[in-house]
Write a protein that binds this ligand. Structure first.
Ligand code: 5AD
Ligand code: SF4
Length: 447
């Protein structure tokens, strides 16, 4: 009987995509992919390190998995993969003696041989090496989380080194995937019936492949806007992309969205702070005014584009005046949604050396004040959708009511609506009748 491998995923979409890739490779090598840790021969934890709390969760989980051993069965082989693996490396074997394998962020395609070694009795197996030339993104539909929405990585890693962020250390330098390979994947997904792709990367708009093969027929001010036009030309019904980085955000991205109806009306452009002093300390490479200039083009687009962002409150040295500047920019940007974080010190990043820390109480107070502001901004933004039609990709039954279905709009809002014969995977038009704090409610319009 073949070995059963269970992969548990923490953190961002890049980890989800990596898990899908790892599962594809393992199944090709003859392993079965298990749906839970119980009964699995190998348990892999694909970890996230963006906050130290996330890291502690993994440590707890290793303890639980270790205890799955019984009189009849030894414990599974345990592997830590993802960002914590890459950052902590060999140290993990000392802290967590039950861990057999530490599998770095670029070792996804080599896991089967690592498992083989572990099953032959080898301990403390470590692979923190880079991806190899012949290793390409290959994900089988069977391993994808959804049969309708697929994540397609276009760029890995990050060169930006924002002072608070661990990602450049855990994921290495930016490496763009060849456009021809991306386009082939999107075409294949389309023929398999996928309705939506998310082009993903830490900074999608920094996309810069070594060669431009596949992009020759397409124009654009940057390789990314050319890629957007090329992906749109595949005919995939809905195309979303995330995350964009302000400094590299070229207005031609908005032009491409205006030209191609299947490029979705949503842009995630994190600002992090509204204070130039803090933005400088964060090493973001943009000021508040630079950011506002970028979003002017988004706001004045002839399509109404949904705009979302990330903010960190309580960065070291953040004064009341700095925080006021953040409130001001959030008020001005009128975000459709905002992901708010209290600054958390990440050892290994430059910001971890800064003193002048903001107290936990202050962080909480600022977080709540920002949340209150965003709630009122968001209520107004969402009210603006009432009476409008949105296109929804149906995902599942609503959690609130048996009679309702839920899905996401092209502008990436959660929409619940009266079911009326809609099935998961359908794309339906919904007339919005009510705005809720974090979702929209409406009725299906029949064509
Ligand atoms: N503390 C708080 N938030 C952080 N983020 C990244 N690193 C930290 C940190 N050390 C947030 C940023 C980023 C999002 C994915 O997580 O806002 O955009
Ligand atoms: Fe982290 Fe900044 Fe890179 Fe985003 S752009 S992954 S915040 S270093």
């Amino acid at each position: 009987m073949s070995s059963r491998v269970y992969i548990e995923t923490f953190g961002c979409q890049m980890n989800v995509a990596d898990t899908e890739r790892a599962a594809t490779g393992l199944r090709k090598a003859g392993y079965d992919i298990a749906a839970s840790a119980e009964g699995a021969d190998v348990v892999l934890l694909n970890t996230c390190s963006v906050r130290e709390r996330a890291e502690r969760k993994v440590f707890r989980r290793v303890g639980e998995v270790r205890k799955l051993a019984s009189a009849a069965r030894k414990r599974p082989v345990i592997g830590v993969m993802g960002c914590v693996a890459q950052l902590e490396g060999e140290k993990i074997f000392k802290t967590l003696s039950a861990v057999d394998m530490v599998i770095g962020t670029q070792a996804t395609d080599r896991i089967s041989s690592l498992i083989e070694r572990a099953q032959n009795g080898e301990r403390s197996i470590l692979d923190l090496d880079e991806r190899r030339e012949n290793e390409v993104w290959d994900v089988s539909p069977a391993e994808r989380r959804s049969p309708y929405v697929a994540f397609v990585p276009i760029i890995e890693g990050c060169n930006k080194f924002c002072s608070f962020c661990i990602v450049p250390y855990s994921r290495g330098r930016e490496k763009s995937r060849r456009a021809s390979e991306i386009l082939e994947e999107v075409l294949r997904l389309r023929s398999l019936g996928y309705k939506e792709v998310h082009l993903i990367g830490q900074n999608v708009n920094s996309y810069r492949p070594k060669a431009l093969d596949g992009l020759e027929p397409f124009t654009g001010a940057t390789p990314f806007s050319r890629l957007l036009r090329a992906v749109a030309a595949t005919g995939m019904e809905r195309i979303k992309f995330t995350t964009s980085f302000p400094r590299d955000f070229h207005p031609d991205i908005v032009s491409a969205i205006e030209e191609c109806p299947n490029l979705c009306d949503w842009i995630h452009l994190p600002v992090q702070s509204g204070s130039d002093r803090i933005l400088k300390a964060m090493r973001r490479g943009h000021t508040a005014a630079d950011y506002l200039k970028r979003i002017e083009r988004i706001k004045s687009s002839r399509r109404r584009l949904s705009l979302t962002s990330d903010i960190i409150v309580g960065f070291p040295g953040e004064t009341e005046a700095d925080f006021e500047a953040t409130l001001k920019i959030v008020g001005e940007c009128e975000y459709d949604a905002l992901y708010m974080f209290k600054y958390s010190k990440r050892s290994g990043t430059p910001a971890a050396q800064l003193d002048d820390v903001v107290t936990e109480d202050q962080k909480t107070r600022r977080f709540l004040a920002l949340e209150e502001l965003q709630t009122s901004v968001q209520a107004r933004v969402c009210e603006g959708y009432v009476g409008r039609q949105v296109s929804v990709l149906v995902e599942k039954k609503s959690t609130r009511s048996e009679d309702d279905m839920m899905g996401h709009s092209t502008c990436h809002k959660v929409v619940n609506f009266k079911a009326q014969r809609a099935e998961p995977g359908d794309i339906v038009n919904v007339l919005i009748t009510q705005a809720k704090p974090n979702s929209l409610y409406g009725e299906r319009l029949h064509p």
